[in-house]
Design a binder for this molecule. Structure first.
Ligand code: COA
Ligand code: AMP
Length: 643
């Protein structure tokens, strides 16, 4: 990458990145000093192990010990570890490090007594309540591999994950609360277990007063009763020594088909990377209050609601609410002021939602944000308008940063802990140590500055990134390592400018980002195709002012279908909600006579997207029948799209 301009040199970034470039193993060995190990590693990185090598082989450690026990042992016991703030239930609860440790010890003992042992999988299907974090940490304590499934997914999606992870136990709750809507989780869980090939032995159900669930005899246990009985009996579980390379969790994320990818996270490298990022990237000191306004069902929740802040000895906010409507667009300012938050991490969508409701940020008035230092945005492209608005109303640096479920921590950022680099709107700034980011053409040849191409990372990936996919080494190789030999394919496209700043312009596959949620249009197409009246279909992401992108489905009806297209379109919308879940935000199905294709039969999704977004488009040379594009434009205009 090209040399940095003068202004950049005031930050320590180049010195630190250079250290990593010169001596990667030395760099990570030094970073690993932030972690308490039960036995040191034999090698910092062994390239011969598994698919592409493993970090810290030979070391023994425990993530729960590093997140809780050691802080209590060293005097942090009385400090809040988690502040649960739930405007949707009117609850606020501060849980100290000692208190959290005590809850985790007891739940870990319950899991153990239910037969969960090291290496067993436990699925967690829970809303944003402290018990979700307790569940993750309890698994980590005994070496069980957790897999948290986001609550906005439907039963079928949950069932797919149950079949892949094969959990011995499921931890769930009776309901979640989505703004004013109570979402009963238990019927979804029961249906998923019915659908799944692999059935759990037991389910531990947290009853919430907003909607109590009926329990299945012999299978379901009441969380509160079971934990209370264990506590009364003095049950307790110590940390199990685990290999640094043992899995801590599996987190499913959208792939290009309906079959999600099970991203595996290890224990040792993960802790090292998170600890480094909390200090140097986010610029947070132990004892400070950090808030990632996401959900434990996403990678942001894993890394920066639960593990990162706790490993670093911070107080983490667990917020059960929305940026708007709970009760208004001042909710974020209230939380920041009330709990002394120093940095907030959220998706640009949240700020677009706040800006829409309160464009002058009138609701900021009266909130003391004097301790607030930085706003971090990720999950989708941070549009310059939103960034500028946030800078203007908050008067603090607004930092875009770029990463993926697979990487577990940011690939590119403006590392404020090393001194803020000049911000360029539209860029997540520069690669973090560990990531040798390049922009290449289809032949894996590096492209010059300011030229769009595929963004790849030179192997090996740093600590914290996925070593493989769960039970799917070959899929891991095919998805990420084969297309550009020697590199990890991010499946994002973009460029690097003359100052070495990265610009991320969009995905190269069929993944779309809806309100910062990652979704597969391929998975949605599978659902559309399952409708009995649909002959052919295509789903694309179209631009949306609030959510960045929303899905739009095109359907071609089977010949002989005489029912009203409007009726069928409504059924399609309901079907996606039923099969994938409300999080897909699939609200638009458009019936067309034919789909535009190349002569070889490939659907021209890119051109359809341009038409829908009212962007200039040119007639593809290989198109089978150009008149179809006119028809598509017409159909979109009938639905208010396409300009
Ligand atoms: N359980 C059940 N349903 C859920 C859910 C959950 N955990 N999370 C979302 N849903 C539902 C929503 O209620 C909504 O349902 P609806 O179609 O009946 O309205 C649907 O899934 C889509 O959710 P969402 O895309 O979040 O839209 P929204 O209109 O509810 O909220 C925002 C819009 C902007 C307020 C919201 O998207 C937001 O807070 N975004 C911040 C981004 C974020 O947290 N990203 C995570 C990655 S960092
Ligand atoms: P997820 O795995 O859900 O975190 O989604 C990862 C994808 O979200 C990336 O591959 C990008 O396409 C997109 N993404 C995340 N952060 C950013 C960002 N800061 N700018 C642009 N796109 C982003």
């Amino acid at each position: 990458m090209s040399a940095a301009p003068k202004a950049i040199m005031t930050s320590r970034y180049h010195e630190v990145y250079g250290h990593w470039q010169r001596d990667s193993h030395g760099f990570w060995a030094e970073a690993a000093q932030a972690i308490d190990w039960m036995r040191p590693w034999a090698q910092v990185f062994d390239p011969t192990l598994d698919v592409y090598g493993r970090w810290f082989p030979g070391a023994l450690c425990n993530t729960c010990y590093n997140a809780l026990d050691r802080h209590v042992e060293r005097g942090r016991g009385a400090q809040p570890a988690i502040i649960y703030d739930s405007p949707v239930t009117g609850t606020k609860r501060s849980i100290s490090y000692s208190g959290l440790l005590s809850e985790v010890r007891t739940l870990a003992a319950v899991l153990r007594d239910l037969g969960v042992a090291k290496g067993d999988r436990v699925v967690i299907y829970m809303p944003m309540v402290p018990e979700a974090a307790v569940a993750m940490l309890a698994c980590a304590r005994i070496g069980a591999v957790h897999s948290v499934v986001f609550g906005g997914f439907a039963a079928k999606e949950l069932a797919t994950r149950l079949d892949d992870a094969e959990p011995r136990l499921i931890l769930s709750a009776s309901c979640g609360i989505e703004g004013a809507r109570i979402v009963a989780y238990k019927p979804l869980l029961d249906e998923a277990i019915d659908l799944a090939r692999v059935k759990p032995e037991k389910c531990l159900i947290l009853q919430r007063p907003q909607a109590e669930a009926s329990l299945v005899k012999g299978r379901d246990l009441d969380w509160a009763e079971t934990v209370a009985a264990a506590r009364a009996a003095g049950k307790d579980a110590d940390c199990v020594p685990l290999a640094a390379t043992d899995p801590l969790y599996i987190l499913y994320t959208s792939g290009t088909t309906g079959q999600p990818k099970g991203v595996v996270r290890d224990n040792g490298g993960h802790m090292v990377a998170l600890a480094w990022s909390m200090q140097h990237l986010y610029g947070i000191d132990p004892g400070e209050v950090f808030w990632a306004a996401s959900d434990v069902g996403w990678v942001v929740g894993h890394s920066y609601i639960v593990y990162g802040p706790l490993i670093h000895g911070c107080t983490s906010i667990l917020y059960e609410g929305k940026p708007v409507g709970t009760p208004d667009a001042g909710a974020y300012w209230r939380v920041i002021a009330e709990h002394g938050v120093v940095a907030l991490f959220t998706a640009p969508t949240a700020f677009r939602a706040i800006k829409k409701e309160d464009p002058r940020a009138a609701l900021l008035a009266g909130h003391d944000l004097s301790r607030f230092r930085t706003l971090f945005l990720a999950g989708e492209r941070a549009d310059p308008d939103t960034v500028q608005w946030a800078e203007h109303i908050l008067g603090v640096p607004v930092i875009d940063h770029w990463w993926q479920t697979e990487t577990g921590w940011p690939v590119a950022a403006n590392p404020v802990g090393l001194g803020v680099l000049p911000v360029k709107h539209g860029s997540p700034t520069v690669p973090m140590p560990g990531y040798d980011v390049r922009v290449v053409d289809e032949a894996a040849k590096e492209l010059p500055a300011n030229t769009m191409g595929s963004i790849v990372v030179r192997m090996p990936l740093p600590p914290g990134c996925l070593p493989t996919l769960w039970k799917a080494d070959d899929r891991f190789r095919e998805s990420y390592l084969t297309e550009f030999p020697g590199y990890y394919k991010t499946a994002d496209a973009g460029f690097v400018d003359e100052d070495g700043y990265l610009f991320i312009m969009g995905r190269t596959d069929d993944i779309i980002n809806v309100a910062g949620h990652r979704l597969s249009t391929g998975g949605m197409e599978e659902v559309l195709a399952s409708h009995p009246d649909v002959a052919e279909c295509a789903v694309i992401g179209v631009r949306d002012e609030l959510k960045g992108e929303v899905p739009c489905g095109f359907i071609v009806l089977k010949s002989g279908v005489t029912r009203s297209p409007v009726e069928i379109e409504a059924e399609i919308v309901a079907l996606v909600r039923e099969k994938i879940g409300p999080v897909a935000a699939f609200k638009l199905a458009v019936t067309v006579g034919r789909l535009p294709k190349t002569r070889s039969g490939k659907i021209l999704r890119g051109t359809m997207k341009k038409i829908a977004d009212a962007e200039p488009w040119s007639l593809p040379a290989t198109i089978d029948d150009p008149a179809i594009l006119e028809e598509i434009g017409e159909a979109l205009r009938r639905h208010g799209l396409g300009g």
